[in-house]
Write a protein that binds this ligand. Structure first.
Ligand code: V47
Ligand code: SF4
Length: 361
């Protein structure tokens, strides 16, 4: 793709910024969303991705554990939550959670996330994390979103810092990126009015970074938000990253419209919108090292394409996933190491097995 062509689309300043590693403005991000030729953001993101990661694409051998689907919040996009006592509501005992983990065999990452239960306090999660740590001394434990941490602080009557310190002392290495949704007030209030706001989410993450935990960050898109809201979300994350530096990976999550109260009021992003959002994420988030194409929500084939649009991670073997599948994801429940490596190689990249913190495993 030549300079003259990019200049003819008014994007020469964006090209220069990308080539010199200069931070893009929100306006430049908007120009990439609005560019009539989607191959331009693709080519620029591929360049940025190559500079950071060469032809490497990461994956992780992991297992998800969702301790409970009972949740006091009622996010309208959520197909997973249940009220206490409702049919299908469950809480795993730590023994049951450990048994589920053992079924998966050896793993390099354990991902623990669930609902905000009205009475399951911090003790339960400390016990669970400590038992996972004892059973998997070397695995990364990625547990509890900023929303769950905030909920536990309120429920157990302790500060957010204390929750984070106690989780860390029990063996937790990092927090997953969930609960960020979209920071902008208007769509956030319409989607998940009970959930902590964007600023509070960022503040929990800042405290987590402050106690030495690393974290991921997500963005749910393709529902009620505009592309401007997405750019503001990315801008807030990179400013937080400038200040506290603990974000490891950004995960743009496509809204899935199945079995939830929001339903077809929003239809989810098109494949092209997913690809473009991956590319813009890679280009805007100059200080977050990794961009994940989460195959569970995207499907494996679209995730493979994302690798040429800025993503450098496919996530993992996973084994059992509830949040996306209850919302209508028709991707598999699990992939083998061979499946993931084949998917990466057949997309033209070199697979790299990693742990939760992106250390080679
Ligand atoms: O915050 C809920 C999303 C998230 C729907 O950190 C939905 O490595 C699409 O954050 N359509 C939880 N998305 C999952 C999550 C995650 C997943 C994998 C890896 C990591 C990581 C984090 O799931 C929620 C919400 O944004 N979600 N419902 C839905 N209908
Ligand atoms: Fe609860 Fe999380 Fe579902 Fe919101 S997305 S209702 S916080 S389980």
């Amino acid at each position: 793709m030549d300079r003259q062509y990019i200049a003819s689309l008014g994007l020469e300043p964006v090209l220069d910024a990308v080539l010199s590693g200069k931070r893009l403005t929100i306006g430049q991000g908007q120009a990439l969303f609005d560019c009539p030729d989607p191959h331009v953001p693709a080519a620029l993101a591929a360049h940025a991705r190559k500079r950071l990661h060469g032809d490497r694409v990461h994956y992780v051998v992991n297992r998800h554990v969702n301790p409970t689907n009972v949740c006091v919040n009622r996010c309208r996009f959520c197909a997973y939550r249940r009220d206490e006592g409702q049919e299908g509501a469950y809480v795993l005992t730590p023994d049951e959670a450990l048994a589920k983990l053992r079924e998966a065999g050896a793993v390099d990452e354990v991902h623990i996330v669930g609902g905000c239960h009205p009475s399951l306090g911090l003790d339960y999660y400390e016990d669970l994390a400590a038992r996972v740590r004892a059973a998997y001394p070397k695995a990364s434990i990625k547990a509890l979103t900023a929303v769950e941490v905030d909920h536990l602080a309120k429920l157990s009557g302790v500060s957010i810092r204390e929750v984070l310190e106690r989780l860390k002392a029990s063996g937790v290495d990092m927090l997953p990126g969930g609960g960020a949704e979209i920071f902008a007030d208007a769509p956030r209030k319409a989607l998940c009015p009970e959930k902590i706001g964007g600023e509070a989410w960022l503040s929990v993450m800042a405290e987590a970074h402050g106690v030495g935990l690393r974290t991921n960050a997500t963005m749910l898109f393709g529902h009620l938000e505009t592309t401007r809201h997405r750019l503001e979300h990315m801008d807030a994350l990179r400013r937080q990253q400038d200040a506290t530096g603990g974000f490891v990976c950004f995960i743009p999550l496509p809204y899935l419209p199945g079995n939830n109260p929001l339903g077809e009021e929003a239809r989810g992003p098109s494949a092209m919108d997913v690809l473009r959002t991956m590319a813009v994420s890679r280009l805007m988030l100059d200080n977050i090292p990794h961009i994940k194409a989460y195959w569970v929500m995207l499907g494996l084939k679209l995730s493979q394409l994302c690798l040429s649009w800025g993503a450098d991670d496919l996530d993992g073997t996973v084994v059992e996933e509830k949040i996306g599948h209850e919302a209508g994801s028709d991707s598999a429940q699990a992939l083998s190491i061979a499946d993931l490596e084949d998917a990466i190689r057949s997309s033209g990249f070199t697979p790299v097995r990693r742990d939760g913190l992106f250390r080679e495993a």
